[in-house]
Design a protein around this ligand. Structure first.
Ligand code: AMP
Ligand code: GLY
Length: 424
């Protein structure tokens, strides 16, 4: 069997690693891949902005049995549609379903129409109307660019000035087309939790919950990032909360189906655990990064079997099992991230880090040099991930491994999982 994984971050390395363990022993390709995927898959250059180019890659490598799409942008641009039209099975939703992430207002309207718990919100197409609503509503308020903005389109505004500035930013084109529509939403308070599910459009199977750490510095200080670390399970989430989050994901898939939209892939629910129960902050239409790096190592079932079942609409036939162990990942980032940073710094200590029991180092922004040296090649560089019987041990092992790795400018958070352990 031949499988092409589209993307080149830590998430995609984790997917490729899990697929490499499949009983089907697939031949693996990764486009564009990174220094880590190069070790177990054939990396193929690709223009991720052009779905047609991905199809060309499929044809160039002589056809594949499955394409797994890691990031959201190609899904929102219709890569799954293009593959389906060419008879290539795809793990990842079609454009109409990917609107759940591609348009925050599409997702909000669907939730409001179907009674799915979320913050009340309104949408605006110009700054005057948005400003008038803001003056009436007051702060705090959350300002969201409607479209994809690489994680930068949301501002949690505690005062009117910050909110007005965020609205101006959207309408002044800072996020391109993504900011032409702005969603203003009530602020929700509580702890955040991600619950991802596999779905073939009918059957919805939740994964194990995970928690991300979005801010760049310890104690949730500094700007938002793609995610600086994660862990799973989440000890503060009880069974009733988990059941409610699962029900929300099921109702969302059913609501889409009523509109004739069959969702096939991963549905990622970003929840705020409020005093009133879990409420949806956002949906993503793919694995989280770095959530995938702590969820996939806990999957006992063959990932390729699951993905093929999702793509063929037979997920009900595949029982999905999880390991009891905990997993925790620490992201090592380039100095300056999430602002500007330099690339091309040699990295040392990856092999030494992986001698710590239970530790896997997933590559994110890395590149393999001709001499075999691994160089930094992005903002988030490595995800040092440990699996252990308990979360406390996973945390200890991950940081023991982190201490063995170095590159110029390396920065990371020292408190991944700390609050959860303190509260548990
Ligand atoms: P997103 O870019 O949609 O993933 O949102 C980024 C982050 O903004 C979320 O992870 C939350 O921390 C925060 N956020 C989004 N919506 C709200 C809300 N209604 N209340 C409080 N925080 C929010
Ligand atoms: N870690 C957050 C995301 O993948 O969107």
């Amino acid at each position: 069997m031949r499988v092409l994984v589209v993307g080149g971050g830590g998430r995609e390395h984790a997917i490729v690693r899990a697929l490499a363990e499949s009983r089907h022993a697939p031949e693996l390709f990764c486009a564009p891949g990174n220094g880590g995927t190069a070790e177990i898959a054939m990396n193929v250059p690709v223009d991720l902005e052009d779905p047609g180019n991905v199809l060309e890659v499929v044809n160039r490598i002589g056809g594949v049995d499955l394409v797994v799409v890691g990031p959201e942008a190609p899904l929102v641009s219709g890569l799954a549609n293009l593959l389906a039209a060419s008879g290539v099975p795809c793990f990842g939703p079609k454009a109409s379903a990917a609107e759940l992430e591609g348009s925050k207002w599409f997702a909000k309207r669907l939730m409001l129409e179907h009674g799915i718990p979320t913050a009340p919100a309104e949408m605006f197409e110009n700054r005057e109307d948005a400003g008038a609503y803001l003056a009436e509503h007051g702060a705090p308020i959350v300002v969201k660019a409607d479209g994809l903005a690489a994680g930068k389109g949301v501002t949690v505004a505690r005062d009117l000035e910050t909110a007005m500035h965020a609205i101006e930013e959207c309408f002044s084109g800072a996020f391109g087309d993504a900011g032409e529509v702005v969603v203003l939403e009530d602020l929700l308070e509580g702890q955040e939790c991600s619950l991802l599910a596999f779905t073939d459009g009918t059957t919805v199977v939740p994964m194990v919950p995970a928690q991300d750490h979005k801010r760049v510095r310890d104690n949730d200080e500094g700007p938002n990032t793609g995610g600086m670390g994660a862990y799973s399970p989440v000890p503060t989430v009880d069974d009733a909360t988990l059941a409610e989050m699962t029900s929300i994901l099921e109702r969302t898939v059913a609501a889409l189906r009523e509109q004739g939209i069959v969702y096939q892939g991963v549905l990622y629910g970003g929840f705020m655990l409020t005093d009133d129960g879990p409420k949806v902050l956002e949906f993503n239409v793919r694995f989280g990064d770095p959530e995938a790096q702590v969820v996939l190592p806990r999957l006992k079932t063959d990932l390729l079997d699951v993905m093929l079942a999702v793509a063929s609409g037979t997920l009900a036939d595949v029982p999905i099992e999880w390991r009891d162990e905990a997993a925790l990942t620490v992201v090592l980032a380039s100095g300056g991230y999430p602002g500007s940073y330099e690339k091309g710094k040699p990295i040392s200590g990856i092999d030494a880090a992986q001698t710590v029991p239970g530790v896997t180092v997933y590559h994110a922004g890395t590149k393999r040099g001709d001499n075999g040296t691994i160089y930094t090649d992005g903002g988030r560089v490595l995800d040092v991930t440990a699996v252990a019987p308990t979360l406390a041990e996973a945390r200890e092992r991950a940081y023991e491994a982190v201490a063995k790795i170095s590159f110029e400018g390396m920065q990371y958070r020292t408190d991944i999982g700390a609050r959860a352990l303190a509260e548990a």
